[in-house]
Design a protein around this ligand. Structure first.
Ligand code: YXS
Length: 313
């Protein structure tokens, strides 16, 4: 630990951490749990409510900003990273964790991560992640449909630094939840690209559930990517382009979980930049097909290859 709220680690990227899918997000999430456990002196991995029920430090909002060198799908085996993480208090039942994944060769100092760096002056080579986690427990033991906010009694957050209010993601996430989009107003400089696409996804119990029987937070990334890949294929874009995509910015808001047997309806709107056609945004909402309940919202900004971005309507 660098100080009471900060950790730094040297990481050699291994096969379980990198792909064109969601492995890197799962890895960052594990670092969040480890960081919170260390900074809050709480057994995050086996937490219990005061009634003795399992409590989970659930992901409510996951934001990643890709850099020129380190970006989510650009890592490969043997890459060396310096990962710096810092935990901030965010009320009595939630917490914000910030991470910087820097190329080890940059030799950045092992100092506590200043939130102004992530929100205002990011290093152009680094990947930054912002995790907003809320403690939850099941309201009914056998169902994921009704989760409620409950922190374990030993969750100790008062010693953590506070995130300046101006950086709080609450308003952004609240608006995404209200409107079903991170882009309720047209993003500046972007225009709608083609019609909306809607597809269905059947929850895959062989891939999507975690060891606690919840839909794994990283699976939401792959479920949204499955919907996006279908759209790209419908536009004639090859799978190799999809695997090469450079994610500049990705936001996921988690508003509900689901039980085995669930079917999701995913709507995808696309936007592209007028000035830079290679910049494209996918604006996605995932709803329970049976009830229409909003479960998650994602916004992905991709810096693509102009040759195939241009070709698509
Ligand atoms: O007071 P704030 O500003 O925080 O705002 C409140 C509400 O006002 C607002 N809100 C809404 N805003 C707009 N439109 C709405 N329809 C709406 N409804 C509520 O949202 C803030 C929170 O509302 P609140 O306090 O009533 O709670 P809730 O009903 O949203 O319940 C909270 C959760 C966390 C139980 C619920 O959002 C939820 O189930 N989220 C899904 C969590 C989840 O499944 N995460 C991903 C996978 S599980 C996980 O992470 C694992 C442990 S693991 O790592 O293994 O994958």
């Amino acid at each position: 630990m660098v100080d009471d709220s900060s950790l730094s680690r040297h990481v050699v990227v291994a096969p379980g951490m990198c792909s064109g899918g969601s492995l890197i997000f799962g890895q960052i999430g594990d670092w969040t749990w480890e960081s919170v456990a260390a900074a809050c002196h709480t057994n995050v991995h086996a937490a219990r409510t005061s009634e003795g029920q399992p409590a989970y430090l659930s992901f409510y909002y996951f934001h990643v900003r890709g850099g020129q060198v380190v970006h989510p799908h650009g890592l490969t085996f043997g890459d060396e990273l310096q990962v710096t993480s810092r935990v901030f208090q965010f009320g009595g039942q939630s917490v914000i964790t910030l991470h910087r994944l820097a190329p080890a060769g940059l030799g950045l100092a092992d100092a506590p991560l200043d939130p102004a760096e992530l929100y205002e002056r990011p290093h152009p080579d680094c990947l930054y992640a912002e995790n907003f986690n809320r403690w939850i427990a099941r309201s009914r033991p056998s169902s994921n449909r009704q989760l409620s906010e409950v922190a374990p009694p030993d969750f100790s957050y008062s010693g953590l630094p506070r995130l300046p209010n101006s950086y709080s993601p609450r308003t952004l996430v609240g608006r995404a939840r209200e409107t079903g989009s991170f882009y309720s107003a047209a993003p500046p400089g972007l225009v709608a690209a083609g019609p909306a696409h809607t597809s269905e996804y059947e929850l895959d119990v062989a891939r999507d559930l975690n060891g606690a029987g919840l839909v794994y937070f990283a699976s939401y990334f792959s479920i949204f990517d499955t919907a996006l890949l279908r759209v790209w294929r419908s536009l004639g874009r090859g799978d190799e382009h999809f695997l090469r995509r450079k994610v500049v910015d990705q936001k996921v808001g988690y508003f509900g979980n689901a039980d085995p047997g669930a079917v999701f309806t995913i709507t995808v709107h696309r936007w592209h930049s007028v000035a830079q056609p290679r910049i494209e945004i996918a604006d996605m909402a995932m709803r329970d097909s049976g009830t229409g309940r909003l479960l998650a919202v994602a916004g992905i900004e991709i810096d693509g290859d102009a040759s195939y971005m241009d070709a698509s309507p």
